[in-house]
Design a protein around this ligand. Structure first.
Ligand code: AVI
Length: 316
């Protein structure tokens, strides 16, 4: 998922898309608000804290896996690495160090943060052309002219694709194929199906950081959309939906509750939920099938010793 960074929350104070998604989502049945709205300033800080939790295995598992397999990545010299939703990824330097590309194109919606991390990377990797693109990669992304003739490696880590439904995921993979062009490669991180005993605590940790991350959405609605939602009338829920192969996050009303958002009245009964996130988990075949549906041919796949997370290299 694309992350907003410190200082950026202010920009969304009047975001009409946030307003529309919240008002429509609260009126819908079942009630649902897209997960992209978690990432205001506080939400981004909480997400960073989540990635360091003992229960949240994906970040450290993928980072260790990338360190291990990076030398095996067969990427042509002089390539351009294009990272989708670069955020504050600590994984990028690992890839840049072992591939030694000619150019690095981080794409992120968070302009200030994107420019800052591009400056830091340019300082750490002298000789590398760092060409940030401020864009929402859910819309068409124009790549910089400087990388036009270069072989491309798309990088989409973190199992961010899991936060999309299958239709959105396939659409995005197809769009990436068009943007990166003929002969491109894609290195994508995908979280694997595993026991709910591992999955549920990863999204409902003992310290309550994920609960705070989820509840922060209500706080954001109160702050930015003149809401009167009583946060103490809601609790965080993380549920494994086996049929849909995903962790679902919900905010559950613990009592009957009435509140307003931008002057509109809403009421919920005890036990009713607002669905706030899906995090899909993939089997080996399902992951490959989705890549193929998105126009990519998987060529290599690596996983950690426990088989919890996979990195897949695919060709256009
Ligand atoms: C950003 N995304 C891949 C995270 C995930 O695991 O689905 C978001 C997250 N939600 C709760 N914890 C982490």
């Amino acid at each position: 998922m694309r992350k907003q960074e410190p200082g950026e929350g202010e920009a969304s104070l009047t975001d009409p898309h946030f307003r529309a998604d919240v008002l429509t989502g609260l009126a819908a049945r079942p009630r649902a608000i897209p997960a992209r709205w978690f990432y205001d300033r506080r939400g981004s800080e909480l997400f960073e804290a989540i990635t360091r939790l003992p229960e949240y295995y994906p970040t450290r598992t993928e980072t260790a896996l990338l360190e291990r397999i990076c030398p095996d990545l067969d990427v042509t010299a002089g390539a351009a690495v294009v990272e989708f939703g670069s955020g504050s990824s600590a994984k990028t330097p690992i890839l840049l160090r072992c591939i030694e590309p000619a150019a690095y194109v981080p794409i992120d919606i968070s302009g200030d943060f994107l420019r800052q991390s591009a400056r830091d990377l340019a300082a750490d990797f002298p000789g590398l052309a760092v060409l940030p693109v401020e864009a929402d990669f859910l819309r068409p992304v124009p790549l910089p002219e400087q990388v036009a003739g270069m072989p491309k490696l798309g990088f989409f880590p973190g199992s961010t694709i899991g936060n999309m439904d299958a239709y959105q995921a396939v659409d995005l993979l197809r769009a990436m194929r068009v943007w990166l062009g003929e002969g491109a490669k894609l290195l994508i991180g995908m979280d694997r199906v595993k026991s709910p005993d591992i999955l549920v605590p990863a999204y409902d940790d003992a310290q309550g950081v994920t609960a705070a991350f989820n509840l922060n959405l209500l706080d954001r609605i109160n702050r930015e959309l003149a809401g009167s939602i009583p946060l103490d009338a809601f609790r965080h829920r993380a549920i494994w939906n086996d049929e849909a192969s995903r962790i679902e996050m919900h905010l559950e009303a613990t009592s009957d509750v009435a509140f307003e958002v931008e002057g509109r009245p809403f009421s919920m009964t005890a036990g009713e939920t607002i669905h706030t996130e899906n995090s899909h988990k993939y089997g080996e075949r399902g992951a490959r099938l989705m890549l193929r549906a998105g126009g990519w041919t998987p060529v290599r796949e690596w996983t950690d010793p426990q088989g919890w997370f996979s990195l897949i290299l695919a060709e256009a």
